[in-house]
Design a binder for this molecule. Structure first.
Ligand SMILES: *[C@@H]1O[C@H](CO)[C@@H](O)[C@H](O)[C@H]1NC(C)=O
Ligand SMILES: *[C@@H]1O[C@H](CO)[C@@H](O)[C@H](O)[C@H]1NC(C)=O
Ligand SMILES: *[C@@H]1O[C@H](CO)[C@@H](O)[C@H](O)[C@H]1NC(C)=O
Ligand SMILES: *[C@@H]1O[C@H](CO)[C@@H](O)[C@H](O)[C@H]1NC(C)=O
Ligand SMILES: *[C@@H]1O[C@H](CO)[C@@H](O)[C@H](O)[C@H]1NC(C)=O
Length: 231
C-alpha cells in the first residue's frame, strides 16, 4: 500500500513539474489566443509603449505585458493604465478579444480608449467573469455578455456610454457588482433589477436617468450599496 502511495505521489509530482516546466520555458500560448491578441493590437491606432512583447515576432504571448495564462490559454488580460491613450479601437479590435475562449478577467481601465464596445460582446467572451473598462472614452450602448454564464463584475464607470440599460440581459448572469457611474445613460430608471438576485453593488449615479424608482429596486436581497445621485 505504501509503495503504491509513493508511486502515486511521484506520478503527481512529475506531472506538476512537467506542466510547470513547460509553461515557464516557452510561455507559448494557444495559436487561437495568439491570433486574437495580435488582431486586437492591430486594431489600436498607436501601439502603447506599455505593450512590451506584443508583436508578430514574439509568439510567446503568455509572457507579454498584461497577459496571464493557465495551461497555455489566456485567462487574464490586464492592460489598465498602460498609456494606450488617444487610441480609437478600430473595427473589430474588441470582438477579436472575445475569441479568447478562456478569458476570465479583462481590465482595460484608465486608458482613454474610444470607439464602441461591440454589441453583445461581439458574441464572444464565453468564460468572462470580471470586466473593467472604466475611465475610457467608450461610446454607444453599454457592453453586455449574454453568452457568459459566469459574469460577476462589470465596471464601465466614467465613459460616454449612452441609451438605456439592458437589465434583462445583465441580470441573466450572476452579477454582484455593476458600476455604471458617470456615463450618458438616459430614460427611466429601468425596472427589472429585482432579477439580479446576488447583486450587492449598483452604481448608476452621474447619468441622465429620469422617472421614478421602480419597486423592485427595493427587492434585491443582497444589495448593500446603491448609488443614484446626480440623475
Ligand atoms: C519582425 O521580423 C522581421 C523579419 O526578421 C523584421 O523585418 C521586422 O522588422 C520585425 N518586426 C518587428 C516589429 O520587430
Ligand atoms: C496611472 O499611472 C500613473 C503613473 O504610472 C499614476 O501616476 C496614476 O495614478 C495611474 N492612474 C490610475 C487611474 O491608476
Ligand atoms: C476598475 O479599475 C479602476 C482603476 O483602474 C479601479 O479603481 C476600480 O476599483 C476597478 N473596478 C473594480 C470593480 O474593481
Ligand atoms: C438586451 O440585450 C439582448 C442581448 O444582446 C438583446 O437581445 C435585447 O434586444 C436587448 N434589449 C434591449 C432592450 O436593448
Ligand atoms: C463557470 O464557472 C464554473 C465554476 O467555476 C466552471 O465550472 C464553468 O466551466 C464556467 N463556465 C464557463 C463557460 O467558463
Amino acid at each position: 500500500m505504501r509503495g503504491y502511495y509513493c508511486f502515486f505521489h511521484f506520478l503527481v509530482v512529475s506531472v506538476l513539474l512537467h506542466f510547470h516546466g513547460g509553461h515557464s520555458q516557452s510561455h507559448a500560448c494557444d495559436p487561437t489566443d495568439l491570433a486574437a491578441l495580435l488582431a486586437f493590437s492591430d486594431g489600436l491606432d498607436t501601439k502603447g509603449a506599455g505593450l512590451v512583447g506584443w508583436g508578430p515576432n514574439d509568439t510567446s504571448c503568455c509572457s507579454w505585458t498584461g497577459v496571464s495564462c493557465d495551461l497555455g490559454r489566456v485567462v487574464e488580460l490586464d492592460l489598465s493604465n498602460r498609456s494606450l491613450s488617444r487610441n480609437t479601437l478600430r473595427g473589430e479590435a474588441l470582438a477579436q478579444l472575445g475569441r479568447l475562449s478562456s478569458l476570465r478577467h479583462l481590465d482595460l481601465s484608465a486608458n482613454g480608449l474610444t470607439g464602441a464596445f461591440p454589441a453583445s460582446g461581439g458574441g464572444g467572451f464565453p468564460a468572462i467573469e470580471v470586466v473593467n473598462v472604466s475611465s475610457n472614452g467608450f461610446t454607444g450602448p453599454h457592453p453586455v455578455f449574454p453568452g457568459a454564464p459566469n459574469l460577476t463584475v462589470l465596471d464601465i464607470t466614467n465613459n460616454a456610454f449612452s441609451g438605456g440599460i439592458n437589465v434583462t440581459v445583465l441580470c441573466s448572469s450572476p452579477v454582484r457588482i455593476l458600476r455604471f457611474s458617470a456615463n450618458a445613460f438616459s430614460g427611466d430608471v429601468p425596472a427589472g433589477f429585482g432579477l439580479c438576485k446576488v447583486l450587492t453593488d449598483l452604481f448608476l449615479d452621474g447619468n441622465g436617468l429620469t422617472g421614478s424608482l421602480p419597486k423592485d429596486l427595493y427587492m434585491m436581497p443582497m444589495l448593500r450599496r446603491l448609488s443614484l445621485q446626480e440623475n
